[in-house]
Write a protein that binds this ligand. Structure first.
Ligand SMILES: Nc1ncnc2c1ncn2[C@@H]1O[C@H](COP(=O)(O)OP(=O)(O)O)[C@@H](O)[C@H]1O
Ligand SMILES: [Mg+2]
Length: 266
């Protein structure tokens, strides 16, 4: 279904992603973990073609998408929607218009200029918001919503494209624990009910364990673990994060960085 082979990204001397191989044979919910700088974002950006691979290939359902250009590339990008840590909504625009933004690439410039959306799209947007439990927020400005609600608006916007794959780069890193759970549950629901593949970079180990079918661990650009949450033992996790014996299961990558820095100063 999705085949990533020897995928590499180099920034000058720096190898951000080093010959990564990932094979997915059915829609799954996949979590990518690893400390900051491990190459997680670069991996997702290459998948979505926001960033071009230096070498290697990405094949989806038999189609090589690594070098697509122009309309074919935009078509691929609408099939794998991206969600970001900072939501990337238009703050002053109302929620439903933000969601309808997800249809922009198939609308004419003129209808975009005059903010004309087809009735069907408006109904679809409301249905999606309803499904995510935030339909009553539809007329509000995006900036008036809580972080968790804003991230669900971003998910709704992604769903407007009817994507096969949802790529989420640290979708809950800016949220409090309760909102983080709601957002992860929404992603899980979309995966289970619609059969969409979800690939999420996650900064906490327990989130990856709880919500994902498969966890990929990256370290210094390389994939150092690829298995089930059960196979992700504390020892394995410690290795992925390059952390010492004081590594705790509940630790986030941010906490591990802090721990390391404390050691440097000690
Ligand atoms: N545009 C860029 N130019 C130069 N180096 C980059 C760029 N983007 C990422 N890197 C480097 O690539 C490595 C991986 O970064 P990234 O994919 O953002 O890691 P992560 O998301 O796991 O924190 C880091 O060392 C980072 O500094
Ligand atoms: Mg990142």
């Amino acid at each position: 279904m999705l085949s990533i082979d020897a995928l590499t990204k180099q920034f000058g001397e720096k190898i951000a992603v080093d010959s990564a191989n990932i094979h997915v044979d059915k829609p799954m919910m996949i979590g990518i973990i690893g400390r900051s700088g491990a190459g997680k974002s670069t991996m997702l950006r290459m998948l979505n073609r926001l960033s071009d691979a230096t070498s290697g290939s990405i094949v989806y359902e038999g189609e090589d998408v690594t070098h697509l250009r122009g309309a074919a590339k935009r078509n691929w990008q609408s099939r794998c929607a991206m969600i970001f840590q900072q939501f990337n909504l238009v703050p002053r625009m109302d929620v439903v218009s933000n969601v309808l933004h997800g249809t922009l690439n198939r609308r004419s410039t003129l209808s975009t200029m005059f903010n004309l959306y087809p009735q069907d799209d408006i109904h679809k947007a409301i249905d999606i918001l309803n499904r995510l439990g935030i339909a009553e927020q539809a007329p509000k400005r995006a900036e008036a919503l809580s972080g968790g609600q804003q991230q669900r608006v971003a998910i709704a916007r992604a769903l407007m494209q009817d994507p096969k794959i949802i790529l989420a780069d640290e979708p809950i890193a800016s949220l409090d624990p309760m909102n983080a759970q709601i957002v992860m549950q929404s992603l899980r629901q979309i995966h289970e009910e619609d059969g969409r593949m979800v690939i999420a970079n996650l900064h906490t180990l327990d989130t990856a364990r709880r919500y994902c079918d498969r966890v990929i661990g990256m370290r210094d650009g390389r994939i150092v673990f690829d298995g089930t949450p059960e196979q992700l033992t504390t020892g394995v996790a410690r290795d992925i994060y390059g952390a010492g014996a004081d590594f705790s299961e509940a630790a986030t990558s941010t906490e591990i960085e802090t721990l390391d820095r404390q050691k440097e100063f000690a």
